[in-house]
Structures are given as structure tokens and as C-alpha cells.
Design a protein around this ligand. Structure first.
Ligand code: ATP
Length: 424
């Protein structure tokens, strides 16, 4: 294990030694835990480092923040705290805990406990290892379930038979790790997996907990194999019957994964696009069923619902009722940015896709240089005409009939005088 620690960047290693010394002074046992140990043994770099203390983790984290001149952020509900180090890394410090489940699928009741108990409440053997950081045994691996052996044989294995029943989120976690790491479910684990799914345990999970697991799949570097495997294990249709077999999903996921220069680096809705691909409603009831089940946040709900609003727009585009770019702009401007990006990336009809793209890239950002003040300067009397004139000038700009601020002013003036010209 010492070799694995030796691979860490020198700065982090020194911080871990410093944390170990502080734990010694405080007479606490301190460990690296969970995914941090797994990834270190696999030689994968990761940004977040998880620590656990056999004792008061939050108190320890606060002292560690002072010692390192870092920033301390407590999360009291979870008995954890984050220390943001001055050089940019962060350490998540937890109090070692045990968990009890009052009923399958419920959130566990958490209470401080020893490190052995803490490792035994974890999901898979590969995630149930710890590495000591105290000076006397710095770098020693604690591995009560032979996680290291399973890492070598590339297997995801639960710690006990009830695991998926206690916490069905582990079903989705199992496949996420399996596919990310290119591991396999261990045989007995797969049997328990199938048994749990066919026994309906996913129904015990609340919508938001389930949705969070789906979100985590979507932020994997490659979500498709995860969805594909879940599909083959009948897990998608256990989430909602409408999510059963879907040949088009692979193509959609691939298209979304190749955004080119379409979205800015600040765009944070990729997971929404994957879920829209997964949920894209075939029928209204399906859509309502999914929304009822998963209780998505407002942004995701709007993106899903806007897919059915889009169907109406699409019909009008195809029948020619929506013709000019300005017509299109008006029809889609209240459709969510996520839905429009989804269509731009995935619409099967090239002409429609190009319309979506022009809107997404250019027209949705179009603003006028003139405003109400300009109309006042033009001596147009204030009133409802202002909104209408500005709207028409915007249409002309989107349609490419005018471009400059001066042309906008002229167009506004002409529109006003045309309105006031006596009917001949
Ligand atoms: P990732 O690389 O995706 O961040 P991770 O292993 O760090 O993976 P987290 O969700 O951050 O995963 O959880 C940290 C650790 O907490 C896990 O490694 C595991 O030991 C434990 N854990 C997380 N979720 C569960 C769960 N549902 N049941 C049991 N243990 C869990």
C-alpha cells in the first residue's frame, strides 16, 4: 500500500502526513477510506480525498483546517466536514459510523461507531478498505473483506446478502462501478441483484434518491454502457415500464457526447440531456408517469415537458405554418435551453436540426440595441405600441432584414408611421 501512497503527488502526501500527526496528537485513529483507497490501488488519480476518523470527525476537521490554514465547512447532518486546502485540493472528513435500516430503501439511521463497523456498512468490497494515516502504521491497508483481491480479479461484490434490499441505490451504484472500471458483478452478487430487481425493491426508493443515482450515471465519462447493462438486467423497466428496451438510446447518447463547440464550458446540463434521451416521452401519460415517479427538479421537469411542447412546434414546422426564423424563434423561445440543445444535437431531420442549431447558437441571444428610451427620443407616444414595435423590430433583426442600431431605429420609426398612416 505504501507504494500506492507514494504515487500520490508530493503535496498531497505531505498533507496526509500532517493530518496523521494531528490525529496522533489528538489520540484519534485516522484513515483514508472508500473510493479514495480503491482508486489509489488501481492507480487512478482523483481530485477528492475521503478521510474517516474513529471519533469526532468534525472536531478533527476543524483543527485540521486551522493547522493547514484551510477552510472548514461542516455538514452536521451527515457527521462530515470538508477542509479546502490553500493549494486547491479538498479533504472530506467523516466520523466513522454504523448504519441501521428501519425499512428497506429508507435512509439509514446513522450513529458514530468504530472503523470496523464503518467498513462493514459499505456497499462493495472494493469500496470497503481503509489505509491508516497515523505515524505508527502510516500506509497500512485495512481490508476486512478482501477488497484488494476483488480489485485484482476485477469484481464488484456486496458485503452481505441483504445489501441490495437494505439499500437499492446500490443496484445502480454496482453497475456504475462495474462499467466504469470494466469489472464484472461477482456471481452470487449478480444473483442477489436479479433477485432484488425482480422482487421490486426499486419501488422502495423515493423518486429523488433514484433520480440522483440516474444523475450520477449521466455524469460518468461514458453513460451508455451503464444504461445498456441496466437494461439487460431488467433494471430500467423496474424504474419505469416506459424505460424498457430502446434501440435509439445508444445513438442519442453518442450524439449528446459529441457536442463540438455548441455548448459553452459553463453549460452544466449534460446529465439533463441524457435523461431527456432516456425519458423522451412517447405518450403524454408516460411523461406524467415518469415525472410522478421521479419528482425531478424544476429544470429537468421543464426539459422533459418541453419535449412534448416541441412536438407541436415540429408539426407546424413540417406543415410550413412556421416559416421564417422569427416565427421559429417565437415558437421555441420559452422552450428550455436544455431541450433546444438536445434537439440541436440529436434531431434526425437535418433541416430541422439546422433550424434548432441556428436558434440555439445565434437567435436566442439576439437583443436589440434600441429600447423604450429610443422610441421616446423618436417621439413615439408611450403605450402598448412600444412592446409591439420592439417585437416587430426584433423579428426583422432575426430574419436578417436589418442589422445595425441605426437600421433598428429606422425600422421602429417606419413601423410607427405606417401604423399612423390613414387607411387609404
Ligand atoms: P466515485 O468515484 O464515484 O466518487 P466513491 O466510491 O468515492 O465513488 P461515493 O458515492 O463518494 O463513492 O461514496 C464514498 C464511499 O462511501 C464509497 O466508496 C462507499 O464505501 C460508501 N458508500 C457510498 N454510498 C454507499 C451506499 N449506498 N451504501 C454503502 N456504502 C456507500
Amino acid at each position: 500500500m505504501k507504494e500506492a501512497i507514494a504515487q500520490l503527488p508530493e503535496g498531497i502526501r505531505e498533507r496526509l502526513r500532517q493530518a496523521g500527526r494531528l490525529a496522533d496528537e489528538s489520540e484519534l485513529d485516522l484513515y483514508l477510506v472508500g473510493g479514495t483507497v480503491r482508486d489509489m490501488l488501481l492507480g487512478c488519480a482523483r481530485a477528492d480525498i475521503d478521510l474517516a476518523v474513529d471519533g469526532d470527525g468534525m472536531g478533527f476537521a476543524s483543527r485540521l483546517a486551522r493547522r493547514t490554514e484551510g477552510r472548514y465547512t461542516p455538514h452536521a447532518r451527515f457527521l462530515t466536514a470538508t477542509v479546502d486546502l490553500p493549494e486547491g485540493n479538498s479533504l472530506d472528513v467523516a466520523t466513522a459510523r454504523g448504519e441501521t435500516y428501519e425499512r428497506p430503501g429508507a435512509l439509514p439511521r446513522v450513529a458514530p461507531a468504530s472503523m470496523d463497523v464503518d467498513l462493514a456498512r459499505r456497499d462493495f468490497t472494493i469500496n470497503a478498505m481503509a489505509v491508516s494515516l497515523n505515524a505508527r502504521n502510516f500506509g497500512n491497508l485495512v481490508d476486512p473483506f478482501n477488497g484488494r483481491g476483488d480489485l485484482r480479479s476485477r469484481m464488484v461484490r456486496i458485503l452481505h446478502d441483504q445489501s441490495f434490499i437494505d439499500d437499492p441505490t446500490r443496484l445502480l451504484r454496482a453497475i456504475r462501478f462495474e462499467q466504469r472500471l470494466r469489472f464484472r458483478l461477482e456471481r452470487e452478487t449478480e444473483r442477489r441483484f436479479r433477485e432484488a430487481v425482480s422482487g421490486g425493491v426499486i419501488g422502495n426508493l423515493s423518486g429523488p434518491r433514484l433520480l440522483e443515482q440516474l444523475r450520477l450515471i449521466c455524469v460518468e465519462p461514458d453513460p451508455w454502457p451503464v444504461f445498456n447493462r441496466l437494461e439487460r438486467l431488467d433494471t430500467l423497466k423496474a424504474i419505469h415500464p416506459a424505460l424498457a428496451s430502446d434501440d435509439g438510446l445508444k445513438t442519442l447518447v453518442q450524439e449528446i457526447s459529441r457536442p463540438g463547440d455548441l455548448a459553452s464550458s459553463a453549460y452544466d446540463g449534460w446529465w439533463i440531456l441524457y435523461l431527456v434521451a432516456l425519458f423522451r416521452p412517447r405518450r403524454e401519460e408516460t411523461l406524467h408517469g415518469i415525472v410522478d415517479r421521479l419528482k425531478p427538479n424544476r429544470r429537468l421537469r421543464k426539459a422533459i415537458e418541453d419535449m412534448s411542447r416541441w412536438s407541436g412546434v415540429e408539426q407546424s414546422v413540417q406543415s410550413g405554418r412556421i416559416d421564417t426564423p422569427a416565427d421559429f424563434y417565437r415558437a421555441v423561445r420559452t422552450i428550455s435551453e436544455d431541450t433546444m440543445l438536445f434537439l440541436t444535437l440529436t434531431h434526425p431531420d437535418d433541416a430541422v436540426r439546422r433550424r434548432c442549431e441556428t436558434y440555439y447558437r445565434h437567435h436566442r441571444h439576439t437583443r436589440l440595441s434600441i429600447d423604450g428610451e429610443t422610441l421616446k427620443e423618436l417621439k413615439i407616444p408611450e403605450g402598448p405600441a412600444y412592446g409591439q414595435i420592439l417585437d416587430e423590430v426584433l423579428s426583422m433583426k432575426i430574419n436578417g432584414e436589418i442589422e445595425t442600431a441605426e437600421e433598428e431605429r429606422r425600422a421602429a420609426r417606419d413601423l410607427w408611421s405606417r401604423r399612423n398612416r390613414p387607411e387609404s
